[in-house]
Design a protein around this ligand. Structure first.
Ligand code: PLP
Length: 388
């Protein structure tokens, strides 16, 4: 009621993904569930309790706003870590709520130490090291100055971890750069140890590195896209398949399962004679008498306009192509050959229907987006329903 489409979130799919990932990285490696971008479009408030049911106790967010959403959603005493934005004025809030955060410059470190002293509680810090991504992170000089600051007020901080982020471990083209980042990381970590600093959790890997580069796993991996059931790239998928088959013929099942299923219903069906244009403009002309169904989702709902005349939805288990341009609130699809398609029938935009499957991957390849982008564009207003 009151909604044009629904998103189902599968708890069993999520559980299978975590099981696979934990087995892959090893049981002693902590998995941090990355839930930035409203949990890659899935919804933070649904993902956190679902992941906790699967045994996850560590969450990574980009901003303080997301940390607040995670804090309000957790049902366990799970840890929350801010990898990005946090205004200095919100640092006391983070300290009081035991939320850890990245330190990538001296300004934030100083603000954290000052706030911690005032509150009488240590700030929980993760040092982010600049190793070659050239985005955020402490340079070698910053690191020396940071250690001086730490030594001045030893009671006001706890170093929970030392981390870095790779410049695209999902592609072999970046191999040399990643290896050099890893070396820099090792170097700076040993320098820190020489200063008598205990590093806490060492963590560097996101999904791609966690899956393909065992030497990047250390104590914790920050897993985003893979937990939701997607390979970061086809290359990482292939790499996994190659290690599994050993060149043999054994058929392997995809170990990752999509958590999301997005569906709507046919709003209207009508018949159009041959030679007519469908919808706005002239981009689609009928070649015969065709039956056209209206589905109440459009680019407002995250169905990309680039899917005009190229996208598909599933109706009665069959692929039904988008006719003409994607509207703000509607698409028109061809149901000429889906004989009994009628008003009220389910249309699946992402996910399974009967034995057919329409994936974000195929959806996004068509739209020339990455999985990441398609997912995070799913509006927060579409209702989410957690299913087994
Ligand atoms: C987004 C992000 C991750 C997770 O990336 P995936 O490729 O989705 O696994 C990990 N670490 C940092 C710092 C990130 O920004």
């Amino acid at each position: 009621m009151f909604h044009t489409s629904f998103i189902e979130l599968s708890e069993s799919a999520l559980r299978k993904n975590f099981r696979f990932l934990q087995k892959k990285v090893g049981k002693d490696v902590l998995i941090s569930s990355v839930i930035k971008g409203n949990a890659y479009g899935h919804g933070i408030r649904y993902m956190v309790p679902m992941a906790e049911k699967c045994g996850i106790r560590h969450f990574s967010v980009f901003s303080s706003g997301e940390a607040l959403a995670a804090l309000n959603s957790r049902t366990e005493n799970s840890k929350i870590m801010i990898m990005g934005h946090l205004d200095n004025e919100d640092i006391p809030w983070a300290i009081e709520n035991r939320i850890s955060f990245y330190i990538f410059d001296l300004d934030r470190l100083q603000a954290a130490l000052t706030a911690a002293k005032k509150l009488g509680h240590p700030a929980l810090l993760h040092f982010e090291l600049e190793t070659g991504l050239n985005r955020m992170g402490l340079s070698k000089e910053d690191l020396e100055a940071a250690v001086d600051l730490l030594k001045k007020q030893p009671e006001d901080w706890k170093l929970e971890g030392v981390c870095t982020h790779f410049a695209g471990a999902e592609s072999i083209t970046n191999y040399v750069r990643i290896q050099s980042q890893l070396q820099n990381y090792h170097k700076q970590c040993s320098w820190l140890r020489q200063q008598g600093i205990e590093l806490g959790l060492q963590h560097t890997a996101a999904s791609a590195a966690a899956l393909s580069y065992p030497e990047t796993r250390f104590d914790m991996v920050r897993v985003g896209i893979a937990q939701y059931g997607y390979w970061p790239t086809q290359e990482i998928r292939m790499n996994y398949y190659l290690t599994q088959t050993n060149g043999g013929e054994k058929k392997i099942k995809d170990p990752l399962h999509r958590v999301i299923r997005w569906s709507s219903r046919i709003m209207h069906v009508h018949t159009v004679g041959p030679g007519e244009f469908i919808g706005y403009g002239t981009s689609y002309q009928t070649s015969r008498t065709q039956r056209v169904a209206t589905i109440p989702i459009g680019y407002f709902h995250g169905f990309a306009r680039t899917l005009s005349n190229t996208g598909h939805v599933l109706i009665n288990g069959r692929r039904s192509p988008v006719l003409g341009v994607v509207n703000m609130n509607m698409i028109l699809v061809d149901v000429t050959d889906i004989k009994n398609a009628k008003k009220g029938d389910e249309a699946v935009i992402i996910g399974k229907q009967n034995r057919s499957n329409i994936s974000v991957a195929s959806f996004s390849d068509m739209a020339n987006f990455l999985n990441y982008e398609v997912l995070v564009r799913l509006p927060g207003e579409i209702p989410r329903i957690v299913v087994e």
